[in-house]
Design a protein around this ligand. Structure first.
Ligand code: ADP
Ligand code: MG
Length: 734
């Protein structure tokens, strides 16, 4: 509309944080559209399910007399003064009076036309945050328009948004999505009614209400999500989750795998007898759980969790022995070459003497392998001569063809993405030969795969992790996962003493290193993680390496980082493992799984920058032998002289407990389940609305309804799942 001097506009002008920006022109829509995509708001239903963060009450006009400090309020008042001031900087200062009190409005940017339309005598409707002060109420950059006109009947939603996506645009988009989305009833009439007051609302009503609640609603009920509209929304969400899991489980039930059984006097027994130690009770228990899983004709999907150093590797080797014993192949995948190499050495040490008389071998696959060696290894894998295949991601590459893969083991599974886990299963499914290649296979019911060609067959899957997933999370986010837990460390370990030391006392730490090395012990020094920048990490590690070399004459100080060529890494690792190298300075490449029992001191520089589970993993590198071990967390409070709250909470947790499960629990507390699992780790669509620990009655209901719905109303179930999860449900299976 055209503006005339001295008259306020009938549309809102200005405002806080762009909340009242005018709608952009149609041709300039691409940036907000991109932003919408970034928020995952692609479909109408996604928009409809984008529930406001909070609300603003524009339904009322407040008297200035009744205003409270910091409130965002709406008032109607008359301009009594309007002038440009130049101190402390140029600004337009407008004084308004609503008959109960006055308020000063300040604008630091303004146009002459605005100045004109704020002339004395003009009646305005003003919205902004009031601050009290020595001189009375003030608002900085309030939004304003001509007084009068209708007030909205519902609260105004404020949505979470991203840069480039102004609230008014998002509001319009959501309102449009809400109008267009198919919100027809999916919960069948023969389902038991939802508990509490959730049943009183349809999804359509609930969403319409949550986007535009009546002003008299209890803000508390909206905020704590106890309002029936929220209950209904949560019931729907939980039902979608339960349906999706049930679908996965049923799909899983249709899959087949070779039943693997350890033969009497076979490899499994021989390996047990050859081990230089007795299994702990916990190791025996989980081994039995795994053995039972492998005996079934359904692929096992099992997570083996156990604290750092609890001895998962040998349990994996025993599982491998069962598969090999039955005449099949086993693959073991680790996230780094160092770790893969370590497994390789250990497993060779344990298994090769037992495999050789059977004419079998262990093969080794990594990215850095020479072409010739790799070719030889690929042949061994394809012919089935390699009964055990160990390696990094190279194991899942296309050229790798297994003769008869029956068991895939993934170490440090949380380090692999969901896609890789899915790829492994998918690939091995395709590769898996219909029958075992050799040995005892086919005898005495070990397997009965002869002649049966089926794409539905899959290898058994054993995933290992030192980062335990709390049981409730495991149950809710993994559809068909069994969990085995090693809750006991091998005997003879002394707990690691953890010390928090300020970086200003670095000198003392170097003295400590000197003392350890003098006793024939070895030391790790881990350098900080600098915001995604490998180059900076490296500079830092190199500098520390230099400092320590100078401070510790006569001690071999090595350097290990991810940019080093593989053979160099191997050489450094060999010197450290062999005991010649006293101190190993490293970036986080040593994080997982490295096993050097003689190492007794771990120093972590800038510990405040590491995540809790990462710190725990690193600490687990020491305390692997009988010697008393320590972990020093060097922290630096930074320029502000104060650690952030979460960094402080993490370091405190590290100092207070050495128990990996307790650490995981605290990590969950500090980060919340969303971050804890992360889309990358779980791939599972996390619950946005429901809270598993609070909404147990709704969860119970969803568990009851899901099977009924899948059996009697498959098309409604399908509709419901795709409404809530879109294309994401595939990930629940990995
Ligand atoms: P993690 O669970 O962290 O992968 P490892 O499998 O690397 O732990 O085992 C840690 C160390 O403990 C290894 O040196 C391993 O040989 C040793 N170990 C495993 N089980 C036992 C046991 N029952 N008794 C003594 N030592 C064991
Ligand atoms: Mg390990």
């Amino acid at each position: 509309m055209r503006l005339r001097a001295g008259r306020a506009r009938s549309k809102w002008v200005g405002g806080i944080a762009g909340q009242n920006c005018p709608m952009p022109e149609t041709k300039a829509l691409s940036e907000p559209q991109k932003a919408l995509a970034k928020l995952g708001l692609a479909r109408d239903i996604d928009l409809a399910l984008h529930i406001p963060l909070r609300y603003e009450d524009e339904t009322r006009i407040v008297k200035l007399r009744d205003a409270r400090e910091g409130d965002t309020i709406q008032v109607e008042a008359t301009v009594v003064d309007c002038q440009v001031q130049y101190r402390p900087r140029r600004q337009l200062v407008v004084k308004v009076d609503d008959g109960t009190d006055t308020c000063v409005l300040r604008f630091f940017t303004f146009y002459p036309s605005q100045q004109k339309s704020l002339a004395v005598g003009t009646q305005l409707r003003i919205r902004g945050e009031v601050k009290g002060g020595f001189l009375g109420w003030q608002m900085v950059h309030p939004s304003w328009k001509q007084a009068g006109g209708d007030l909205p009947e519902a609260l105004t939603p404020v949505y979470s948004t991203v840069a480039g996506l102004p609230q008014p645009y998002l509001r319009k988009a959501v309102a449009g999505g809400l109008q267009r989305a198919d919100l027809s009833e999916t919960i069948p009439p023969d389902a038991p009614p939802a508990p509490g007051r959730a049943r009183e609302w349809t999804l359509l009503q609930a969403l319409q209400f949550l986007h535009h609640p009546a002003p008299e609603v209890s803000i508390v009920a909206l905020e704590d999500r106890s309002h029936p509209a929220w209950q209904r929304l949560k019931a729907e969400e939980l039902l979608a989750q339960q349906l999706s899991q049930l679908q996965s489980r049923r799909e899983h039930d249709r899959l087949q795998a070779p039943a693997l059984r350890a033969g009497e006097g076979g490899l499994h027994e021989q390996l047990l007898a050859a081990l230089p130690f007795q299994l702990t009770q916990a190791q025996r228990r989980v081994s039995e759980e795994i053995a039972q899983g492998l005996r079934r004709e359904r692929p096992m999907h099992r997570l083996l969790q156990g604290d750092v150093g609890s001895g998962k590797t040998v349990v994996a080797a025993l599982a491998a022995a069962i598969a090999i014993d039955a005449g099949w192949q086993c693959a073991l995948m680790a996230p780094t070459e160092i770790l893969a190499e370590q497994h390789f050495r250990k497993l060779i040490g344990w298994l090769e003497p037992l495999l050789m008389p059977r004419g079998l071998r262990v093969a080794w696959l990594t990215g850095s392998q020479r072409k010739k060696e790799r070719g030889e290894m690929l042949d061994l894998v394809a012919s089935g001569e390699a009964a055990l295949v160990v390696g990094t991601h190279a194991v899942i590459q296309e050229q790798v063809q297994f003769k008869a893969l029956a068991l895939a083991i993934i170490d440090e599974q949380h380090r692999f993405g969901v896609e890789q886990r899915l790829a492994l299963r998918g690939k091995m499914r395709a590769d898996m030969a219909p029958s075992p290649s050799r040995g005892r296979a086919g005898e005495g019911g070990t397997t009965d795969a002869q002649g049966e060609v089926s794409a539905q067959r899959e290898p058994h899957l054993l995933m290992m992790s030192a980062t335990p997933i709390p049981r409730t999370l495991a149950m809710s986010y993994y559809a068909d996962l069994d969990v085995s837990t090693i809750d006991e460390l091998p005997p003879g370990r002394t707990p690691v003493v953890t010390k928090l030391i300020s970086d200003s006392r670095r000198g003392e730490v170097v003295e400590r290193i000197r003392a350890q090395v003098a006793q024939g012990r070895q030391v790790y020094w881990v350098c900080p993680l600098i915001e995604e920048s490998e180059t900076l990490d490296l500079t830092n590690a190199t500098a520390t390496h230099q400092d320590l070399s100078e401070a510790l004459p006569g001690v071999m100080v090595g350097l290990l980082h991810s940019r080093m060529p593989a053979p160099e890494k191997k050489a450094v690792m060999a010197l450290f493992t062999g005991g010649q190298m006293g101190v190993l300075v490293s970036t986080t490449v040593i994080e997982v799984g490295v096993d050097v029992p003689n190492a007794s001191l771990m120093v972590i520089e800038h510990a405040e920058r590491f995540g809790l589970s990462q710190l725990h993993q690193l600490r687990g590198r020491v305390g692997r032998g009988a010697a008393a071990s320590a972990c020093v967390l060097l922290y630096s409070a930074g320029d502000h002289g104060r650690l952030g709250d979460t960094a402080r909470a993490r370091l405190k947790a590290m100092a207070e407990t050495g128990d990996g499960f307790e650490i995981a629990r605290r990590d969950l507390e500090i980060r919340g389940p969303g971050e804890f699992l992360g889309a990358r780790q779980s791939g599972a669509p996390l619950l946005r609305f429901a809270d598993l620990s609070l909404d147990t009655a709704l969860l119970q209901w969803a568990r009851e309804v899901a099977p009924l719905m899948l059996d009697r109303h498959p098309e409604l179930a399908e509709h419901h799942v795709s409404r809530w999860l879109g294309g994401k449900s595939e990930y629940l299976k990995a």
